[in-house]
Design a protein around this ligand. Structure first.
Ligand code: LER
Ligand code: MN
Length: 276
């Protein structure tokens, strides 16, 4: 398994980006030295020169972009399930531009809060039909460009749909969305899942990416989650992707990233995996 850490290409305090000052390139050498293999990037469309400089910084440091979060959609108030057809199609068009960005950065792309909420009082099936239609279009676009969409079950206080793995899998199954994988975030899972390990086993081969976050949005080891047991369950499914740290940067990004790399490295060693 590989270690990842979240960064934002623009200053942010609200998002759980471990490195949220917007100065991604400045931090890459240090996180590589801490043992990280890649970065989860909160990203907005950038001018070509800035994008090229960013690519070069990743290349020079031997780091991958593990996933991108297309925050253009959520921040612009776009929803992939918008009941207004024109607005929904525009949301899909914007998401496709970010799939193209992911293809260029050779990363996966997250589908999170941009899926939107059902209208008050409407049956879940109506909301799901609109979202599924958007996602089928997005999935074809992504597949053609070799990009994996990873859908993140998110806790109920942020969104009212697909809070758990079983709900997400059923939806993907029902609508023939087989190329879409899941992003499992242990912080959300701790709130929503009856058993984190059970949900991991249920997701099985559909796991595309993992956010390794403790119960308090801290680095693994800061809260009460059992990462030995969580990573062992991931291993049982055959998962060999990223464990990405997506934390509040306490007391600062470097200390937090170092603590997380130390804790996850310890877990991998105890499970007999090569040191990450
Ligand atoms: C938000 O809570 C989260 O977990 C991120 O991965 C953004 O979707
Ligand atoms: Mn997450």
């Amino acid at each position: 398994m590989k270690l990842g850490v979240t960064m934002s290409t623009m200053p942010t305090e609200k998002r759980p980006a471990t490195f949220g000052d917007g100065r991604v390139s400045r931090h890459l050498t240090a996180v590589k030295a801490l043992g990280y293999h890649g970065v989860d990037l909160f990203i907005k469309p950038l001018p070509e020169a800035e994008l090229r400089a960013l690519e070069e910084a990743f290349r020079a440091n031997g780091l991958e972009v593990a996933v991108i979060f297309p925050i253009l959609l959520f921040e612009g108030g776009w929803s992939l399930s918008d009941p207004d057809r024109e607005r929904r199609l525009e949301a899909v068009r914007l998401y496709k531009t970010q799939i193209e960005l992911a293809a260029r950065l050779r990363s996966r792309i997250v589908l999170g809060l941009a899926r939107g909420n059902p209208l008050g009082g409407e049956p879940a099936s109506a909301y799901e039909r609109r979202l599924a239609e958007s996602m089928q279009d997005m999935a074809v676009h992504a597949l053609a460009r070799g990009v994996e969409i990873v859908m993140e079950p998110v806790h109920r206080y942020l969104i009212s749909t697909f809070n758990r793995v079983d709900q997400s899998l059923e939806f993907l199954e029902r609508h023939g969305l087989s190329p879409v994988k899941l992003l499992l975030d242990t912080f959300h899972m701790n709130i929503e899942e009856p058993s984190i390990e059970g949900a991991i086993r249920l997701a099985g081969e559909r796991i595309g990416h993992v956010h390794a976050v403790d119960s308090n949005r801290g680095a693994p080891g800061d809260g009460h989650l059992d990462f030995d047991s969580i990573v062992a369950a991931l291993l049982e499914t055959g998962y060999d992707g990223y464990l990405s740290v997506e934390t509040q940067p306490e007391p600062d990004p470097y200390a937090c990233a170092a603590r997380a790399a130390g804790a996850l490295g310890g877990v991998l060693r105890r499970l007999g995996l090569p040191d990450a």
